[in-house]
Design a protein around this ligand. Structure first.
Ligand SMILES: Cc1cc2nc3c(=O)[nH]c(=O)nc-3n(C[C@H](O)[C@H](O)[C@H](O)COP(=O)(O)O)c2cc1C
Length: 406
């Protein structure tokens, strides 16, 4: 998409100078850019620079004569808002919903169907502060795209995470967010493995990497869809920013699914998480029975775990959903199964959970290069598509979901 209306909010970081390059590239890309700068930002870069780059005066004062309703009219017109650089102060202010300056008022008045991206830049200690961490998590939950920060030597002379992303990466994120499909899907994707507590340190888990789910989330976000990523602790992460939540145990994932599906009308859920079939009910250490997740167990004593089977989360996804027409994509992994055994495993899942599609992989067909072929089966058990790798799988699932009747 070219020729979009963009708002770039510049805040008071030493990286404000780099925002000029981002603005310049966006203008050269054919976009109309309006700059909103905080008072602190104007201590780093003068308004004449922004005006020269965009051809339009900079907005700073919420109460400026003649511009008193600009925070509403601007945001109605804009296709996307980018905060670049985003200071710790502005991240925290927006996460608190404060609206006593231009960016704050703009944020609350913003049409949340449209992308709001933030490219943070700050000292590593500010980035690692719990206040900033929870502000970022909160903003992500609200659908704000937080771009990844760079690591290395920051302008203040310290080394660590917190550098502004490179201008080219920021512009690429803007272009990706502007790339709107005809039908914008809202999809919940789960991925990675659960971890069942044994004692306070040890867990029962599996080898899932989360790569399939992360690849799908990345693809959906790059194509302009909204994808919420619900992932296990050690799962790989998508590069494209968006709403994200981590889960630990089966119980955590169960609670997160209830909350997300009950609170947001998703079009589809793609349940690629590797959920533990068993949870630890009790532990017998040295003959003494205790509950899981307690004190560290004595490694010298014989240990017995009492496991109980978990219910299948995939079976109840539709009943938890605010949208009664939720599309469900289930996954079935086999290991060295014969074609007949594969068909039986897929058929059993279709009969039990009644998903719209089942994605089947067999561990034995995973390539040395990490490629993981998959077959997608329709509700009647017939093969809908063969996908040689994760990328094709992501593209195919997107098409199937977008083409599915609502
Ligand atoms: C030289 C200098 C550099 C600064 N760089 C940053 C920075 O990179 N990131 C940040 O979060 N704050 C930085 N600050 C602090 C902010 O400017 C300050 O918190 C300000 O209130 C931010 O206001 P704003 O978010 O409304 O623009 C810097 C301050 C100074 C004096």
């Amino acid at each position: 998409m070219s020729g979009a209306d963009l708002i770039v909010v510049v805040t008071g970081s030493i990286a404000a100078a780099k925002a000029c390059e981002v603005i310049s590239r966006l203008v050269q890309g054919g976009h109309r850019v309006r700059v909103v700068a905080t008072e602190a930002a104007l201590r780093f870069v003068g308004p004449a620079t922004f005006e020269g780059l965009t051809g339009l005066p900079v907005l700073t004062d919420l109460f400026a004569p003649g511009a008193a309703l600009e925070h509403i009219t601007l945001t109605r017109r804009a296709d996307l808002v980018l905060v670049c650089p985003a200071t710790a102060h502005t991240l925290n202010r927006l996460a608190a919903g404060l609206a006593d300056d231009f960016p704050g008022a703009l944020f609350l008045a913003h049409d949340r169907e449209k992308p709001w991206l933030m490219a943070p830049a700050m000292n590593p200690a500010m980035w690692a502060h719990p206040a900033t961490i929870s502000a970022v998590a909160r903003l992500r939950e609200w659908g704000v795209g937080i771009l990844p920060v760079g690591s290395g030597r920051t302008a203040c002379g310290e080394t660590g995470e917190g550098r502004l992303a490179e201008p080219a990466e920021i512009v690429a994120a803007v272009e990706a967010a502007l790339h709107r499909p005809v039908r914008r899907l809202r999809v919940l994707v789960t991925g990675g493995g659960t971890a069942e507590p044994i004692d306070g340190l040890r867990v029962l888990t599996n080898t899932s990497t989360g790569a399939t789910g992360a690849g799908l989330v990345d693809h959906l976000r790059r194509m302009g869809h909204e994808a919420v990523w619900l992932h296990g602790r050690r799962a790989v992460q998508p590069a494209a920013p968006g709403p994200t939540e981590e889960f630990g145990s089966f119980a955590d994932l169960d609670a997160a699914l209830r909350r997300w599906l009950g609170g947001t009308p998703f079009d589809a859920v793609v349940h690629a998480a590797a959920v533990s079939d068993f949870g630890v009910e009790a532990i017998e250490s040295g003959g003494v029975v205790q509950l899981p997740a307690g004190a560290k167990l004595d490694s010298q004593l014989p240990l017995r775990l009492h496991l109980r089977p978990h219910p299948k989360l995939v079976d109840r996804l539709r009943t938890l959903s605010l949208n009664p027409h939720l599309r469900v994509v289930a996954f079935k992994l086999t290991n060295g199964a014969s074609p007949a055994a594969r068909a039986e495993a897929v058929g059993a899942l279709l009969r039990r959970a009644r998903p719209d599609w089942v994605v089947h992989n067999d561990l034995a067909s995973r390539g040395a290069d990490g490629a993981f072929p998959a077959d997608i089966f329709g509700p009647d058990g017939t093969l809908a598509r063969h996908c040689p790798d994760r990328r094709t799988l992501a593209e195919t699932l997107e098409r199937l979901l977008a083409d599915a009747p609502t």
